[in-house]
Design a protein around this ligand. Sequence first.
Ligand SMILES: Nc1ncnc2c1ncn2[C@@H]1O[C@H](COP(=O)(O)OP(=O)(O)OP(=O)(O)O)[C@@H](O)[C@H]1O
Length: 306
Amino acid sequence: MGGGRIVNVIECHGLTKAYGNLKAVNDLSVNIQENKITGLIGRNGAGKTTLLKLIAGFLHKTSGEVFVFSERPFNSIKVSANIIFVDDHMMFPPSLNLDEIVDFAGSLYENFDREIAGGLLKYFDLKLAQPHSSLSKGMKSTFNSILGISARCALTIFDEPTTGMDAAIRKDFYRALLKDYMAYPRTMLISSHHLNEIEDLMEDVLLLHEGKERLHMPITDLAELAVGLRGKSHMMEELVKDQEIFHQESLGKDDVYLVVRNNLAGEKLQKARGAGVEISPVSSEDLCVYLTAKTKGGIDHVFDRN
Ligand SMILES: Nc1ncnc2c1ncn2[C@@H]1O[C@H](COP(=O)(O)OP(=O)(O)OP(=O)(O)O)[C@@H](O)[C@H]1O
């Protein structure tokens, strides 16, 4: 489809979804490129599910625009035929067993791969004769995610897919997803609270905060965006005078830890290191937490007495 040119599978322009006075998605303008895996990250209530549902055409926007495959997704047959939306609310007729659901999905999705579905069901110990309604929470998530992988839809959306899965299954699921994606590239959106879980998988990260884009960039750039500095407060003041500070916390009596934009001149850093300032990388997960914190001091602020 792309032929070397950048194709946006999703385009949002000033997209807003309001519930009464609350703007769950607030004036969001963002493009998602074809055949990339984008991780949608954000705190509880950031607007992830709402955005995904607007994209899938399950919800009607309040204002702005959203285009998927160049069409408005709400009531679009083209969009619904090319999307699978996996979450833990997927509903199936209670009378159907897993085998029958796979059969049904196979008839629904053009590229559905029954062989892969069968292989994954076996690997994850899911019995074909079992009714979906009798699965445990983690097993349901696993089964739904197997459908999401096997459907091979041009736009594959996973909303918190690993709810209830244990650590080993989560790992295997993400590995299966990556393997299948490498063999059959498609556009994927995966929402999670836990960036570190999907960090190795995603190419781009879209961080939402209060319905707005906080950042959207390649995950490799996020890893370089900030630097952590630990040292005596009087020294730090000078060091970070004109820097953008993402986070600050006091450590003991006179020590502080600061997270700042990683654009300090090498010379300045050298000097700081010489004066005993510890310089360390900041994990992408921690940085996302800092970037979406209510205050720059985080929870410590609540306990500050002065
Ligand atoms: N049907 C609704 N009616 C009213 N408010 C809603 C509705 N759906 C979502 N909201 C509100 O919109 C905001 C965004 O919710 P959303 O579910 O999109 O967030 P989220 O990022 O997916 O959160 P979480 O990580 O907790 O699942 C929240 O404040 C939520 O209470």
